[in-house]
Design a protein around this ligand. Structure first.
Ligand code: SF4
Ligand code: SF4
Length: 383
């Protein structure tokens, strides 16, 4: 195949949009100018947990500056999410340090990717130690896109942790809520689902969300602005590509869905924090809709909606949704190292595939993602 995106291109020049898409993306005017971080904080209840949380929470995954987390607490955000694996364990330590003297003001969640009971128990004890707390408000089984990953071996570990007071509520995080909905409802112990949800995915998972909501399961939205991320087109100079109004409009789009009690947008600095706070007091308007429509069109060939409908289509067994998601960490968050770290955890067979060796690609994405191009870019950047 002809197209190539080199590591050098990414690092030196940022991600280049197709010219036609760029024109579409730039067409709508940006919403109104920035306002100070004042205004109302809106609170919602997280299902049957009864926890009251601000509708805008804080996803700590890519945050390295603890003062931003501390300031968010001081400005009234009440929900903070991290995970054992983020920054190879350093993220929990950073969050713990930021929450010193503030722990009781917030609802705090972490996650474990463990697939065995012994590993999960060890993860929880480490999370509590690193976070400097006696308990987690929510402890998620991390990255459960397959119902089999919510295993009978793990459920008792989460129940036992709750009985011991180490956690208050049991959660599951997923990119594929439709696939796990039956299992979550069958288990009957899961109180919170943390799911991918944004304007580019739209209503694709709404039936699962409705079922969770009717069962009293609290919903938290993640990756809420990924396709409109401020870091899209990130450059090695540290300069961000300008997408004025995009992240704020994306967050406001999610907040319209009252089934979600809260959201965990990523924040790396105070400017982003202040912008996200505004989402709680500003309405979603026609101009936002127009802006997001333009962005959606521009990222159509690039952004994987994680519908998993391409699963099994590649005769070589390429791990398509996972690989393109890891590429999104680089392209949409500016987190090249994070993407490479996750790519390195794929099985050797998946990492060794080179899409450029195929004459044609047999994979068809119903959402318009240019699968071979994205896969080749990931292989070029990470392998
Ligand atoms: S590449 Fe397309 S088909 Fe595959 S998971 Fe992503 S959006 Fe779905
Ligand atoms: S180009 Fe398509 S068919 Fe070939 S390895 Fe890549 S995803 Fe599979």
């Amino acid at each position: 195949m002809k197209f190539q995106d080199s590591r050098r291109d990414f690092l030196a020049a940022g991600l280049t949009l197709p010219a036609a898409a760029l024109a579409t993306h730039q067409a709508p005017a940006a919403p109104a100018a920035a306002q100070p971080a004042s205004g109302a904080r809106t609170f919602r209840t997280l299902g049957k947990t009864g926890l009251k949380v601000t509708s805008v929470g804080f996803g700590c995954m890519v945050t390295s500056d603890e003062s931003v987390v501390a300031k968010a607490v001081d400005l009234g955000i009440t929900y903070f999410d991290t995970a054992r694996v983020y920054s190879r364990g350093n993220n929990e330590r950073m969050v713990g340090s930021a929450l010193k003297g503030r722990r009781e003001k917030v609802v705090l969640s972490s996650k474990s990717t463990a697939r065995t009971a012994a590993e999960a128990k060890a993860h929880l004890d480490t999370s509590l130690k690193e976070l400097g707390t006696d308990y987690l408000d929510i402890w998620y089984m991390h990255f459960r896109d397959d119902p089999a990953a919510i295993s009978d071996e793990l459920i008792p570990v989460w129940e036992e942790a709750k009985k011991q007071g180490k956690i208050r509520h049991i959660g599951v995080s997923t990119h594929n809520p439709n696939a796990i909905a039956d299992r979550v409802l069958q288990v009957g112990k899961i109180e919170v689902v943390l799911s991918t949800y944004n304007f580019a995915i739209g209503a694709a998972n709404d039936s699962a969300f409705e079922r969770f909501d009717q069962a009293g399961i609290g919903l938290v939205a993640m990756k809420v602005m990924a396709p409109a991320s401020r870091a899209f087109g990130f450059k090695s100079s540290g300069e961000h590509a300008k997408r004025p109004g995009g992240p704020l409009a994306a967050l406001k789009w999610v907040l319209r869905n009252k089934r979600f009690a809260t959201t965990v947008p990523s924040m790396t600095d105070n400017e982003q924090l202040e912008e996200n706070l505004r989402a709680m007091s500003e309405p979603f308007v026609a101009q936002d809709e127009k802006l997001l429509a333009g962005i959606n069109e521009s990222v159509r060939p690039l952004y994987c909606r994680m519908c998993y409908r391409c699963t099994g289509q590649c005769p070589k067994g390429a791990a398509i949704p996972d690989t393109i998601r890891f590429l999104s960490y680089a392209d949409f968050y500016g987190q090249f190292a994070l993407g490479r770290e996750h790519f390195a955890e794929l099985p050797e067979q998946a990492r060794s595939i080179r899409c450029g060796e195929c004459e044609t690609c047999s994979v068809v994405c119903p959402n318009g993602v240019n699968v071979p191009r994205r896969m080749m870019r990931a292989q070029e950047l990470f392998a």
